[in-house]
Design a protein around this ligand. Sequence first.
Ligand SMILES: NC(=O)c1ccc[n+]([C@@H]2O[C@H](COP(=O)([O-])OP(=O)(O)OC[C@H]3O[C@@H](n4cnc5c(N)ncnc54)[C@H](O)[C@@H]3O)[C@@H](O)[C@H]2O)c1
Length: 440
Amino acid sequence: MKSNIQPAEGKLGILIPGLGAVATTLIAGVEAVKKGISQPIGSLTQMGTIRLGKRTENRNPKIKEFVPIADLNDIVFGGWDVYSDNVYEAAMHAKVLEESLLNKVKEGLEAIVPMKAAFDHNYAKNLTATHVKTGTRYELAQQVMQDIKDFKEKNDCSRIVLIWCGSTEIYYETSAIHQTVEAFEQALLDDDKLISPSMIYAYAALKMGIPYVNGAPNLTVDTPALVELAKRTNTPIAGKDFKTGQTLMKTILAPGLAARSLGVSGWFSTNILGNRDGLVLDDPDNFKTKEVSKLGVLEDILQPVRNPELYGDLYHKIRINYYPPHGDNKESWDNIDIFGWLGYKMQIKINFLCRDSILAAPIALDLALFVDLAKRAEMSGVQEWLSFYLKSPQTAPGLPAENDIFKQLMKLQNTLRHMMGEDLITHLGLDYYQELVDTL
Ligand SMILES: NC(=O)c1ccc[n+]([C@@H]2O[C@H](COP(=O)([O-])OP(=O)(O)OC[C@H]3O[C@@H](n4cnc5c(N)ncnc54)[C@H](O)[C@@H]3O)[C@@H](O)[C@H]2O)c1
C-alpha cells in the first residue's frame, strides 16, 4: 500500500465553515506552534508515537515521522462565517486563549477574513447572521465551489480539505431527497429547505473531490446521497461530532467498567457552558441533535441487549445548560451508579472542569491532516479509522459504530501500519513470546 501514497508536497489549505471558538483556537494554536511559542499538546499526529513490529524491536517513531502527513508549516487556513470578524477578532470574542498569546500571532490571524457563509436561519435560530451569501441552494453551492477555487489559487495550495466547525444545526433526519445523488442535486435546484447549510459546503467539497470532515453532530455527510457522491469522486469523509469533554471521559471509563464485568444502572451527565456553541444548543431543536449524538456511546460500549444482567436497566440522561459566566470553560458532572460482586452498589462522581475548544482544536488538526493523508492514499468514502476522534462515528451502512476509545485507537494505529506496509499488531505476541521463553 505504501507505494500508493502521494507525498505531501506543496501547501495544504484547511478551509473551515464556522470560524468560532474551535476553529480560532486551532488556527491560533498552529500559528503559535509554528513560531515555537507553544506545544501541540493533545494532537496525536504531532506528539504521538506508534509501536512498529515486535516489542523486542524497540521501534517507536513519532507518527508524523512515520506517515507522510503535511507539515504544519505548509498549512494555510481559511473559512466562512456568518459574522465578518477576522480570526483575531473572533478569537478575542471566543475568549478561549489569552490575549497575550493571541497578540503574538495577531498578524497571521488578522489576515484570515471569513468568506460569506451559506446559511439558513432556520437551522440555527439563535444566531443573528450578518455576513451571508444570497441565492438558491444550488447557487450557494456554486459560490462555495468558486470560493474554494479562488482560495486554492490565491494561496498556491496543492490540496484542500474542509472541516466543519460551524454551529450545530437543528435536528433533522434523512428524507427522500437525501437518498441519491440525483435526488439531492434536484433538491439543490429546487432550493429545497431540507438541504441544510452544512450539506451545501459538503456537496461543494465532495463534487470537487475535496475531503470533508464533520465536527458537529449534524447528519450532513452521513446521508446516502453524500456518501455515494464521496465514492463517485474518490473522496474521504469523516464524522460526526468532535469527541471532547464529557463524552471523551465516558468512552474512556465505560470500556473499563465493561472490561471488568461491573454493572451500570445509571449514568447522569450534566454540563454548563457559556460559549456561542452553548447559546445555539440552548434552542431545543439544536440540543436534540447533540443529545442524539451523545446518547449512543454508552449503549454501544455496554451492549445492554447482550449483557442484560449488567446493563439491561441502564438509565442514561444528558443535560446541557447554557450558562454565560463559564464561557468556553465547560464544567460537567457525571454521577455513575454501578454495582459489583453480588449486586453491591457503588458510585463514581466525575467533575470535569474542561476547556472545550482546548480539547477540540488538536483533534480538528489531526482529522484535517489524516483525511488529507487518506486522500493521497486513495482511500475514499467513510473513514471509520478516524472514529477515535468522533462522538458519533459514521460507519458503512448497517454497521454498528465502535465507540470504545481503546479499540478506536488500535484501529487507527493499525490503519497507519497497513498504509505503510508494516505488520499489524494484534497484541497476541505468541510467536516472539515463545522465542523469548525458548532462549531462557
Ligand atoms: N468545542 C468543543 O469541544 C466541541 C466538541 C464537539 C463538537 N463541537 C461542535 O463544533 C462546532 C463548533 O463549536 P464552537 O465551540 O467553535 O462553536 P462557535 O459557536 O464558537 O463557532 C461556530 C461558528 O459557526 C458559525 N456558523 C454557523 N453556521 C454557519 C454556516 N452555515 N456557515 C459558516 N459559519 C457558520 C457561527 O457564526 C460561529 O462563529 C459546534 O457544532 C459544536 O457543537 C465542539
